[in-house]
Design a protein around this ligand. Structure first.
Ligand SMILES: Nc1ncnc2c1ncn2[C@@H]1O[C@H](COP(=O)(O)OP(=O)(O)OP(=O)(O)O)[C@@H](O)[C@H]1O
Ligand SMILES: [Mg+2]
Length: 383
């Protein structure tokens, strides 16, 4: 059986007989019961606490309904049961609707109804209190959840912020990586000019310096992604072979390989793109290949067609890619070079550029040894 909710019961009736009956029927109940013979006594009893008030409706000094109000002043959710005679039942019921929980008609026919009704009052009060407690607990939890949520939002925005910063870091490293080749080219050519007496050669070098400087500018603008929206800078048919040859020359100029170490076998192919970006793709692939092959090694650049697709391969006779590196080489910052030697950004930049042109790139090894990178790009009509 469920444990009965306890509490304090105040019983008021000015008729000693009734009060005695009440005293005896409530004697075995678990509540703390106070009996009062009039309104003043009842008030005093309620000052010490009240959960349920069982009161006669008509007391000589204070009206029963007024006592109920007093009970509610003492205890906000005090329950009340009114004892009323038959004669005044109608008016009592009317009042009851407003004030009391229940009523008992005097003289009570079944005295055991009385403790039942009191018990029901305590139970009802208990349920209400329990509900209120749960509601309070719920709103506390709700508050805690809301605090956690706003904390989460704050952390999230901080994360986004730091993610952006990390993105900017990668971008800056990418720009630095990409401009290093043309920059070395510019420096090499400038040094050559210093030692050159032939005006025609000087002119040629100066022209190359201008084009490498343009490439640097394009890289800076292009890698930040703004170039996509810039007017007059949209994709045009670009001679892929010319871009590959320019890239090879740039790699040679930057001192990463000798001219004899790289051979180009290319069909005429056009791709809808920006020439600087195509050149960047080849600069990275050819430089990696030359670095892997070493001074005595060789690099082969091949451009051919597979239907409407241009297939460009850059192969070398170096050590090739370790089996487990094949899936990782395009990840940003993946490098097998000694710390400070490589950033691991080259192939990631290549990957991003190729996919931007709806192309594909794969890494693998040649059967006879050495690595081979295959770039596939949609071909376009020659202008
Ligand atoms: N031709 C190749 N032969 C063998 N391994 C290669 C070749 N090209 C790339 N790799 C491997 O892929 C890794 C990543 O290349 P990626 O160009 O992204 O960076 P990196 O060359 O290491 O650094 P950085 O480009 O800054 O010099 C290299 O460190 C190397 O391990
Ligand atoms: Mg590299």
């Amino acid at each position: 059986m469920k444990a009965q909710p306890g509490g304090r019961l105040v019983v008021v009736d000015d008729e000693p007989v009734i009060l005695n009956v009440l005293r005896s029927v409530l004697a075995d109940e678990p509540w703390d019961v106070a009996f009062a013979a009039n309104g003043a006594e009842a008030k005093a009893a309620m000052d010490a606490g009240v959960d349920v008030l069982l009161t006669d409706k008509n007391l000589p000094d204070i009206n029963g309904l007024e006592l109920i109000r007093y009970a509610r002043e003492c205890t906000e959710d005090a329950e009340a049961i009114v004892l009323t005679g038959y004669a005044s039942l109608d008016t009592a019921l009317e009042a009851l609707k407003l004030e009391a929980f229940d009523y008992i008609v005097k003289p009570p026919r079944d005295v055991f109804e009385i403790p039942k009704k009191v018990r029901a009052a305590f139970e009802r009060q208990h349920i209400r209190r329990e509900n209120r407690r749960l509601l309070r607990e719920l709103s506390e939890r709700n508050e805690a959840l809301e605090t956690a949520l706003s904390e989460l939002r704050r952390t999230q925005s901080e994360l986004i912020q730091s993610e952006k910063l990390a993105g900017i870091g990668t971008l800056a490293a990418g720009v630095a990586h990409e401009i290093s080749s043309p920059l070395f080219g510019v420096m090499g050519l400038a040094e050559a000019i210093v030692d050159e007496d032939n005006l025609a050669d000087i002119h040629e070098y100066a022209g190359e310096i201008v084009s490498y400087s343009r490439a640097i500018k394009e890289i800076v603008v292009g890698l930040t992604g703004y170039a996509r929206d810039a007017k007059g800078d949209s994709d045009t048919p670009v001679d892929l072979t010319a871009a590959a040859r320019d890239a090879v020359r740039l790699v040679v100029r930057s001192g990463a390989a000798s001219e004899q170490a790289i051979s180009v076998d290319a069909a005429e192919a056009w791709v809808q793109a920006r020439s600087g970006e195509l050149q960047q793709i080849f600069v990275n692939l050819v430089r990696n290949a030359a670095e892997a092959a070493g001074p005595a090694g060789h690099v082969w650049v091949n451009i051919a067609f597979d239907g409407d697709t241009v297939v460009a391969t850059v192969a070398d006779d170096g050590p090739g890619l370790p089996e487990d590196a094949v899936s990782q080489v395009f990840d940003p910052f993946f490098t097998t070079k000694a710390p400070g030697q490589g950033t691991g950004l080259g192939l990631n930049i290549v990957y991003r550029l190729v996919t931007r042109y709806r192309g594909a790139i794969t890494a693998g090894n040649r059967p006879e040894g050495g690595a081979v990178f295959t770039v596939r790009l949609p071909a376009t009509e020659a202008p």
